[in-house]
Design a protein around this ligand. Structure first.
Ligand code: HSC
Length: 300
């Protein structure tokens, strides 16, 4: 039903040799981040999918009137767009962003306010909203403005969070008579520890970007005047230049640390490390080091 959008711009950028496409994509980056999204897809109603670099898929949440509140259709679209990027061999990493004012102000309260338990339970309400965590390629959340409730949970489902100085993170569900429902109580607590997470979840108080960085919820806050989307695309492109097999293994191993104890986690890591000696990228990477040249990874 949905297919990843290749914008006219991305097609031309994708057709160029990598070296010669650099200046074109730099211009594209500036265009993408300095204004509202420039390209809209006929396939999606709530997101815009673009290709700021041939190796990077950028998904922009696009419900500005509702501060990017997350409704079911939007999440089906995110699932479809991320799955398409995951299957696209040319793509090495994905960036998800919102607007300057809101990454996402949470689940769409108006959509869910009349829900009843039986229907929510039978339809496994929110079940498909965590499909994002099954994507193999790295996903970076580029957050400006409100990342609240499901918006904060969406950011936390990503692998890296970069924040602009305006970003705020919070789980205000308690003010609505409910609790976080898409991993907020779990992922926030793993990131911030018990005391601060309890305070945020029990009071609904949001966390500033600086606080979020100081407690490790986000990897960093970009400088004032620097576009968080530009920065996220740069990081995504840098990741995309590495060997895809090792990248996938690294993501899998880090994520395993949330599920396994230290001994099991270390064993899992060691097995993956050993397995990578079966790849051409390992031979290339280590030979290139010994020969004092840059490696050319073939993702095999
Ligand atoms: C990853 C998986 C995700 C699944 C998550 C599910 C579980 C999750 O834990 C539950 C939630 O997220 S529960 C949610 C937790 N989140 C919250 O509780 C945050 C709720 N939002 C707020 O508290 C305020 O909007 C802000 C403080 C964000 C901004 O204040 P401001 O600058 O004065 O702006 P404003 O004038 O207020 O809003 C502008 C327009 O946007 C509209 N809209 C905004 N958020 C909406 C939403 N979530 N819904 C619908 N609409 C929402 C608002 O109605 C208005 O539209 P109108 O047609 O013109 O009336």
């Amino acid at each position: 039903m949905f297919s990843a959008l290749r914008t006219p711009l991305s097609r031309s950028a994708g057709g160029m040799a990598r070296a010669s496409s650099r200046s074109a994509t730099a211009t594209t980056l500036r265009q993408l981040s300095s204004s509202a999204p420039r390209f809209s897809s006929p396939s999606y109603n709530n997101i815009i999918v673009s290709q700021p670099k041939p190796s990077v898929t950028l998904i922009t949440l696009n419900r500005p009137k509702a501060l990017n509140a997350l409704n079911s259709e939007l999440f089906h679209e995110i699932n479809a767009a991320t799955a398409a990027a995951d299957d696209d061999a040319a793509v090495g990493a994905i960036v998800i962003t919102g607007s300057e004012k809101a990454f996402a102000a949470g689940a769409d309260i108006k959509e869910m306010k009349d829900k009843e338990f039986a229907a929510a339970y039978k339809s496994n309400f929110l079940g498909h909203w965590t499909k994002l965590t099954t994507i193999r390629k790295p996903i970076i959340a580029a957050v400006s403005g409100h990342a609240l409730g499901g918006g904060c949970e969406l950011a936390m489902m990503c692998d890296i969070i970069l924040a602009s100085p305006t970003a705020t993170f919070g789980q205000p569900e308690i003010n609505l008579g409910v609790i976080p429902g898409a991993g907020g109580t779990q992922r926030l607590t793993k990131a911030l520890g018990k005391s601060l997470s309890m305070e945020l979840i029990l009071t609904g108080r949001p966390l500033s970007a600086t606080e979020a960085a100081s407690h490790g919820l986000v990897s960093r806050v970009v400088d004032e005047g620097t576009s968080v989307v530009d920065e996220a695309v740069k990081v995504a492109d840098k990741i995309a230049q590495k060997g895809a097999v090792a990248t996938q293994a690294a993501k899998e191993a880090v994520n395993a640390s949330f599920e396994l104890n230290l001994q099991e986690g270390n064993r899992f890591e060691r097995r993956l490390f050993q397995a990578l000696f079966a790849t051409k990228d390992q031979k290339e990477g280590m030979s290139a080091f010994a020969e004092k040249r840059k490696p050319t990874f073939t993702n095999e």
